[in-house]
Design a protein around this ligand. Structure first.
Ligand code: C5P
Length: 280
């Protein structure tokens, strides 16, 4: 079984746009204990079964990224795409948590093993980038400073230990629509040249950076502003922002108990997960 962990963009600055329409980013990404599970079994052909609490959200996606990842790997490795894949879906879909990208990365890892593919790491990362801008960071699975369109990765300094509360008001926000709704100047990329000495210093940096897609997401779905406000109003919260292109927002807390208490006070219809931010 391979874990496909949800990613959060602790900051996300949009620093330019390429001729092909993709945006250039400066982002700190990290992973959480929320994860989908990928199971792989030998079979005569390629199949995918989807289960788990968020499975219904995938029902209308004809060509799941997981199957595309399997076919692409088989093609590049010159093997027949034979495997029975099972995806247990916990991460909300189209939520800014990179769930589909994490699933694709986990399936690559699982099938490299299953099919005994000997592929240099660099080639596997290229293959990941061909599947989506966020797939390489999920393949790396560690806190990273992302640039380019998200595919250029540098190891991040260790993150201070903290708990995270993820909240989604139950809406899917397609990434292209959010980028298209973004207005205003681009931010300038700012290199990270030091480690953070504890949560207050880390939070000060997060405050300076923020998420440049927040306004665009709120313009499409005003509920995102309600989620941000509810998190800001929660006791013990150190930092609040939206992840990726939304609509999931997060709050950072000293410990899991504070995050759970905040989770318990949210409107019942909102999806939430209180867990840990993985430091590295
Ligand atoms: O690479 P991925 O399939 O995840 O991207 C989905 C869409 O999000 C792209 O087609 C593009 O419209 C937008 N995007 C972007 N800039 C990025 C990443 C994604 O404009 N860096």
């Amino acid at each position: 079984m391979a874990l496909a962990r949800a990613k959060v963009n602790l900051w996300l600055n949009v620093v330019g746009r390429r001729d092909d329409g993709y945006h250039l980013l400066d982002s700190l990404v990290a992973f959480t204990d929320l994860a989908d599970e990928i199971e792989v079994a030998p079979a005569q052909e390629l199949s995918l079964e989807v289960a788990g609490p968020a499975a219904a959200e995938l029902a209308d996606e004809a060509d799941n990224l997981v199957l595309r990842a399997a076919r692409l790997l088989a093609g590049r490795a010159g093997v027949a795409p034979r495997a029975a894949l099972r995806l247990v879906k916990h991460i909300p879909v189209a939520a800014g948590l990179g769930g589909g990208s994490a699933d694709a990365a986990a399936v690559l890892v699982a099938l490299v093993d299953q099919w005994r593919v000997a592929m240099p790491e660099e080639e596997l990362f290229d293959l990941a980038a061909a599947l989506g801008a966020d797939v390489p960071m999920c393949l790396a699975g560690k806190p990273a400073l992302a640039s380019g369109v998200g595919e250029r990765l540098q190891i991040a300094p260790p993150l201070p230990a903290c708990a995270i509360l993820l909240v989604n008001p139950g809406i899917k926000l397609p990434t292209p629509a959010v980028f298209a709704a973004r207005r205003g100047e681009f931010s300038s990329a700012q290199p990270v040249d030091k480690s953070w000495r504890g949560l207050p210093e880390f939070v000060a940096e997060l405050d300076r950076r923020g998420n440049d897609l927040t306004e665009a997401a709120v313009s499409l779905r005003p509920e995102v502003a309600d989620v941000l406000q509810a998190l800001r109003d929660s006791e013990g919260v150190h930092y609040v922002a939206m992840s990726g292109s939304g609509a999931t927002c997060f709050g950072l807390y000293d410990g899991i108990e504070m995050a759970r208490q905040a989770a318990a006070r949210l409107p019942a219809q909102w999806w939430r997960h209180a867990g840990m931010l993985l430091p590295g």
